[in-house]
Ligand binder design. Structure first.
Ligand SMILES: [Zn+2]
Length: 228
């Protein structure tokens, strides 16, 4: 018995499924944590030199607690290590978002905003600059809240001969230096003789290591004398 079956050509209905993909949230940028003083969510528009930048909002910002050798400007020659320090600073902050923190004073006498700078990843720019040996500690009272931390970073950089400390060698000089413990500047003895209450250093390195900065008047050319 033959069984005949008839297979009907069943229409195959393909339902097109449209997957509506929506509502995906792509990694949103978290808002800056604080903006109470207009000191977060800022952008560095240009780098002036090793320790000064201009923000997109027009403010000129001088880094607190550190000093980088000068670059040439206005016909004045620059100092050794000035271009290196500027290049370091540009690599670090140029075009980047930063936030600022103040110390005791908001501005210096040139109208520049005084600040500790932080990158969005939390990196402390002033500290990193000293730690990498592209600037040295420059205490300027009353904005000295973080000098201990900065000096510790400088000492580590000196010990490891990072940045300028890798090239630094003692100048012949006068054989010793005299520090003023109030200003935290050191001098040649011919400019500032040793007396009670002053500190004698047997080398320039020792003075830097103690957190003293060179006097501009008598040691303005220290960088070239030190082989930088
Ligand atoms: Zn001096």
């Amino acid at each position: 018995m033959a069984r005949s079956g008839r297979k009907g050509a069943l229409p195959v209905v393909l339902a097109a499924l449209i997957a509506a993909v929506g509502g995906w949230l792509y990694g949103r940028h978290a808002p800056a944590p604080q903006n109470a003083k207009g000191n977060a969510g800022l952008v560095v528009a240009s780098v002036t030199d090793g320790d000064t930048v201009v923000l997109a909002d027009g403010r000129r910002v001088r880094y607190i607690g550190v000093n980088a050798p000068e670059i040439s400007h206005g016909g004045k020659p620059g100092e050794p290590w000035g271009p290196e320090a500027k290049a370091w600073n540009a690599r670090m902050v140029s075009g980047k978002g930063v936030s600022l923190k103040n110390d005791a004073e908001e501005k210096d006498r040139y109208g520049r905003t005084l600040a500790y700078l932080y990158l969005s990843d939390g990196a402390f720019v002033n500290g990193k600059m000293v730690a990498d040996g592209y600037a040295y500690c420059l205490p300027v009272p009353p904005n000295t809240g973080r000098m201990e931390e900065l000096l510790a970073l400088q000492r580590a950089a000196m010990d490891a001969k990072r940045g300028m400390w890798g090239k630094f060698r003692e100048p012949p000089g006068e054989g010793s230096y005299v520090g003023n413990p109030r200003s935290l500047r050191f001098h040649l003895p011919s400019h500032y003789p040793m007396k009670e209450g002053r500190v004698r250093f047997s080398s320039m390195r020792e003075a830097f290591y103690a957190g003293y900065a060179p006097c501009k008047e008598c040691l303005g050319s220290w960088a070239s004398q030190c082989g930088l």
